[in-house]
Structure formats: structure tokens, C-alpha cells
Ligand binder design. Sequence first.
Ligand SMILES: Cc1cc2nc3c(=O)[nH]c(=O)nc-3n(C[C@H](O)[C@H](O)[C@H](O)COP(=O)(O)O)c2cc1C
Length: 520
Amino acid sequence: MAVPDAIDFELKERAMDEAPVGITITDPDRPDNPLIYVNESFERMTGYAAEEALGRNCRFLQGEGTDPDAVAELREGIAAAEPVTVELRNYRRDGEPFWNEVTVAPLRDEDGEVTHFVGFQVDVTRRKEAQLALSAERERLDRLVDRINGLLADVTELLMQGVDRAETERAIVERVAATGAYAAAWIGEPDLARDELVTSSAAGFDGSLDDFTVDLDGESPVARAYARETVVRDDVDEAFALDRATGHLAAVPIVYGDATYGVLAVVGVDADALDDRELVVLESVGKTIATAINAARSRRGLTADDLAELEFAVGDSSLFPVALAEAWDCRLELRGSTVADDGGLRLFVAAVREQMADPEPPAEVEGVESVTRIGGGETVLFELELAPRSVVDRLAERGAELRSLDVESGVAELTVTVPAETGGRVILELLEDRFDDVELLAYREQERRPTTRTAFVEQLEDQLTERQSKALYSAFYSGYYDDPRGASGDELAEAMGVSRQTFHQHLRAAERKLLAAVLG
Ligand SMILES: Cc1cc2nc3c(=O)[nH]c(=O)nc-3n(C[C@H](O)[C@H](O)[C@H](O)COP(=O)(O)O)c2cc1C
């Protein structure tokens, strides 16, 4: 259907004026291909009124941030009279930069001659900035991954080399401190007796941190990381401050399961060095170190594992041995303990007193269900049946074992062992919760007693002399311990070619060692 020319023209003009994208027309027959038409969207987008824009080449929108390659693409497209689309940085009248997606196309007359160029402008700032941010982010992430991958791989390799822990940790802090974004690194290990972390290794610091300690009750990032078992990022605190490190400190706990072996502190060269993702990776570094420490421990074999041994003084008479020693006015020593059939704990304690009157079981001591006296003399042995949920029970629930107990003058000194992975802190907290006047006297790590039957037998055999071992084995296998007895002592002595008395000496020595190994 034919539309009258006038209406057609008016409609087109209105559509162009009010189109939601910028529309521009240039006249290539005039010098420098100036604008002869701009629509309202162009005016709004650029901030230039039509009368300021007309007569000028549209390059006036360009500025120092405009990519010359994009401009060249436009120039070449126009010269070749071919449509071209580019995204380039332009500047509004007030100087604010924006991203302009420009499409330029030639307009031809009936003869195919180019009479004008039309341009379409779309403000794509938001999309472009999001894209740019994304690719900057990707690049950053790539760099981070490269850096961290190398770090994790190197740390793992150092750990696999299996040299001793101190040397490994030194190598690790050196490796971390050599990482571009980090200025220095430190590993501290707990000294529970002193309730602090002490320097195990440090690299990248100006001075020596050998005597540096972190109070575990304090609020420093390192203390918080240790207590909460999470990575803590904070300002560089005094001890870690470096001339060249103006940024942050990441305190990374070295945790495996229930065990916290220490804290790795990493000082970033600037605040950006330790962003959230970096912390995630550093957390893995901490875990890797802890896993390796743990693995190194279990690699030592099935026969031995580490135990932490803690020595406490408890001066609280609500602890039952203290109460008993006070009631009996004597010194008390733990001789051994056993678990009864009903699951109740029994302790054998010796009451030692110079002038032992006749210590009678006191009427009632909290935590003790019954007291039975065994034997007499200068040292009187008592069997104590402990009430359920006694403190000894509570220790046992945490894998801890009461190894020795001595009470004198109202103070109980006890030695407790606990699997090193559990850590001594749990035990300290348990006692502190329950009793007043608890002091940790010593904390050390020691070899665990054998945990497999083979290992147990091997260790026992190491302790027996050849003759003791022969006496014990031949007695057992010949039915000496059966009822009725298989072989007699005389027969066994004869078989070993020794006197009856000598045989019994060897056998009793072997039995004593066997019992000590089982009960001791
Ligand atoms: C119709 C038309 C519209 C144009 N629109 C823009 C624009 O919005 N922004 C811009 O930077 N360049 C625009 N240009 C491109 C410039 O005018 C110029 O052609 C370009 O900078 C390349 O030429 P030069 O190297 O001489 O500067 C447009 C060109 C034409 C023909």
C-alpha cells in the first residue's frame, strides 16, 4: 500500500528522533565527514546538544582511553564503505567516560553511490564493565591459582621428603615467605605448660623471632586462629610488623581432626595479598602441614605413637584423693587402676604415713563409692571404687589415662597421658572447669605404649633375659600353670639344666616383668 510521501517522511523523522538508540548521519562530501544529524538519544547519551555536535566529525567523543585499534577499524570500514561495528571508549560532555557500541553503515543512492553514513550508538557501559571486571577477576584468579598451586605443591613436596619436623617447617616458612605476595611467614607451636605459642620457624622477618611467643589467652589473630581453629585475617600486629609489609596478617591453624599442632602466620605485602580466596588456599596449606605431621607420627609404626604427658598440681579438696589424704592425714600414692565388671573404676592407692595409726575409710568422700582396705604395715593399700562420672572417668572418655597421683599437704600432683592428637588443652580445660587451683606443671610428648599384641610381645621380650624368657615360655607351654599342673618346677629346672631355686628366680623375674608390662 502506498503511503503519501509527506506522512512517510514525518513518520520516519519522528521515529529517528525518538529512537531509543543514538542515530547519527554524516555527509562524506563535506570536509572531514561531519555530522549533519543527531537524534535525541545521542544528545542524552553524550550530553552534547545537537547544535554543539553538528558540523563536527564524531571523533570528538574520543579521548585518551579510546583504543586506537577500534578507531582504525571504524576508519577502515568507512573508507571501504562497509558496515562496521566496534565497542570503544567515548567521553560525555562532562568528561565522564562510557562504552559506546557504534555501528556505522553507508547510505547509497539509486546509482549505488555513497551519499551519507548512518551511525547507531548504544551505551553498553554496564555490560562492558561487568565483562571487564569478570575477565580481570579471571586473570587475578589465574595468577592466584598459579602462585598458590606452586605453593601447595612445594609444601606437599617438602613434607613428603620426610626430614624432621623442625627442618620441614623451616623450609615451609621460607617457601611461603618467598611467594610474591607474602612478605614473611611464621610457625608457632603450643607450649601448653606456659599457655603460649612459641616460635618454631620464621622467615622473612627483619629481626629474630626466636624468643617471640604468643599468649594463647590473648586476642591476637594468632591466638584467635588457634582457639577457634579457623583462619583469621587481621591487621599486622606489632610482633609481625615489617617495614615492607603494610597489609594484613593471616593466621592459619595447623589442624588435623581434633589436633591443633600450631599456627602458620603469613604476612601479606599489602592488604590485597590476602583476599578471601587466598585464605582458603592458605587454610589448605595449614591442613596439608597438619596432615603430614599426623602421617609422620603414624608412619613411625604401629608399635609406637605419640602421647602427650601432662603433669598437674590440683590444690582443691573437692578432688577425692586430696579429701582422702586430708581425712587420713597422710601422703597418698596411686599404685594402679582397673575397670570392674560393672564398668566402674577402681583405683589402688597407698596411704603412706610415718606413724600410721589405723586409717579407717572416712565416712563419705565425694566421688568415691566405697573404700576397701587391703593389708597393713607402714603403707596401707586401699581399693577405691569410684562413683560414675568421676573425674577419672571423664579423663578416660577423652582417651586420657591417669598415670600417677601423689597427694601431699593438700595438693595432688597427677600425671595424665593423652593421645597427642587430642592435645593436652582439652584435659587442662576439663580440670580447670571442675576444680580450683589447677596448675599445669609440665607438658611433654612421649612414646605410647605398644598398641598391638605383636608389638607388646616384642617389647616384653626385649626386657626379658634369655633365661627368663625360656623359663616363662617353657612353664606356660608345659602346663605348669594349669590345674592340675602339667610339668613341675623340678622338671622344668632340670630341662633348663639349672637348680630348682635358680629356675624359680628366673620365672618370678619373668612373671614380674610380664605383670608390670600389663598392669604398669
Ligand atoms: C555516521 C558515523 C558515526 C560515528 N559515530 C562515532 C561515535 O559515536 N563515536 C566515535 O568515537 N566515533 C564515531 N565515528 C567515527 C569517527 O567519526 C571517525 O570516523 C573515526 O574516529 C575514524 O576516523 P579518524 O581516524 O580520522 O578519527 C562515527 C563515524 C560515522 C561516519
